[in-house]
Design a protein around this ligand. Sequence first.
Ligand code: KIV
Length: 264
Amino acid sequence: MAITLQHLRQLKQQGQRFACITAYDASFSWAVAQAGIEVLLVGDSLGMVMQGQASTLPVTLEDMRYHTACVVRANAHSLIMSDLPFMSYGDERQAMESSAQLMRAGAHIVKLEGGAWLAPIISSLRRNGIPVCAHMGLTPQSVHVFGGYRVQGRGEAAAQQLLDEARALETAGAELLLLECVPQDLARTVTQTLNIPVIGIGAGPATDAQVLVMHDLLGIDRGLKPARFVKNFLTGQASIEAAFRAYAEAVRAGQFPGEEHSFS
Ligand code: KIV
């Protein structure tokens, strides 16, 4: 069965959690499908894990188009979400042209990073048949504005602002929200407030879904210290597909992430 946005909305209404993994090529995309993972993210994290860049900023639209096309050929099950890379959605026209390339490559939904200022862009994409996931909290394309990869939404004022902006993006037509590195209480409030499914990473256990970068989930860290929210699911498993299944089952059962993977 091919997963759709309608299906994800139903899961939220029924209180059932779902799983998302990044993948960037056909072989891993096939394994993601075999494991029954609901959402596959072609993330601009490919800049780091595939290209060895220090951040996601050097990733181009052509990189995203190429990897999206590779992934799509091997996966008829998951909803395929593709990242709009840095500087590819500065205004409505540019966002439309960039998203069209990813949708023509086979993406089902595009993801972009930011807050309330994206509302007109999201509305115009949706009017033109392009569903959008808004990525809030720690948005890696703004790492130099934040001065590093830091937890966002800490403190009452920042939390209220994030909640208000998330509401604004839902009203503008966002179909999904992805929350990265925010305190777990804030993620819970946002998840309970919004009608659209909320996917978390470093956002605690209360979101409707979880995402992990595939390499993190498989313990491939190139000697770097893994982030707090990462867990190696390959340990004790006989195959990569089994690791993907173990991750999805842990997410659906509410066993991952735990307190030790969350920020307070
Ligand atoms: O690019 C990516 O892989 C992402 C996830 C970290 C959420 O945006």
